[in-house]
Design a protein. Structure first.
Length: 223
């Protein structure tokens, strides 16, 4: 395909690249002297999702203030700026320029993390992918349209629930069969709902026709 650019197929993914990627894996979780890290997670959180990461981003700069050198705080602030700019539902020239500026300034300041031995290198695909966000948004629209956070819920419906319905042996075929049954039940339920609505509509039409007939008959007899 000589006229195709395969790299344009790598569209932004806010959940895995920004929230769980750059923020969780490379900003919030790496060890830093003087900061306490919960190796087994926060006690009240059973599983971290995009929602928990976004909630943590709201207070993260406040938690880092006076706990890390100012240069590190600048880098953290830039990453959060990038995160918030990429989450905008609507973009204009000014917002894209602001995103590009935040990316450029981040790359000019990020080496402080290497100097402090927080990171060994920045050969990280998810961080590199951020450099293409402005181009992707310009070509294909806001990054929210490519966010995998919404269909992430389907992992439960199509994988976890299906697996739990099996006997845990040779489960692939059982999972597919279970999903087929669930789809059949859903379609049958939708069909019955449609019949009920159709029946109700027909009843209303008959009732309206009967009332109209009675009204006309009453007027005729009165005349």
């Amino acid at each position: 395909m000589p006229h195709a650019d395969i790299f344009l197929a790598f569209t932004p993914d806010l959940l895995h690249q920004v929230h769980k990627g750059v923020f969780k894996d490379h900003l919030a979780m790496p060890d830093y002297p003087g900061l306490h890290h919960f190796k087994k997670g926060i006690l009240t959180v059973k599983q971290w999702t995009g929602s928990e990461h976004k909630q943590m981003q709201r207070v993260f700069i406040g938690l880092l203030t006076r706990a890390v050198p100012s240069q590190v705080l600048v880098v953290a602030r830039l990453i959060l700026d990038i995160s918030y700019f990429t989450q905008l539902w609507i973009h204009m020239t000014d917002s894209l320029k602001a995103l590009q500026t935040a990316l450029s300034v981040f790359h000019s300041h990020k080496d402080v993390l290497k100097e402090l031995s927080i990171r060994e290198h920045f050969n990280i695909p998810k961080i590199h992918q951020l450099t293409h966000y402005v181009q992707s948004i310009t070509l294909f629209g806001a990054a929210d349209g490519f966010n995998t956070e919404l269909p992430e819920r389907l992992h439960i419906d199509f994988a976890k629930d299906a697996y739990h319905a099996t006997n845990k042996h040779d489960y692939e075929e059982q999972m597919v069969l279970w999903l087929q049954h669930q789809e059949a039940v859903f379609l049958q339920g939708a069909y019955l709902d449609w019949l009920a609505q159709l029946s109700d509509l027909s009843y209303r039409r008959i009732s309206l026709a009967a009332l109209s007939y009675q009204g006309c008959r009453h007027l005729f007899m009165a005349g």
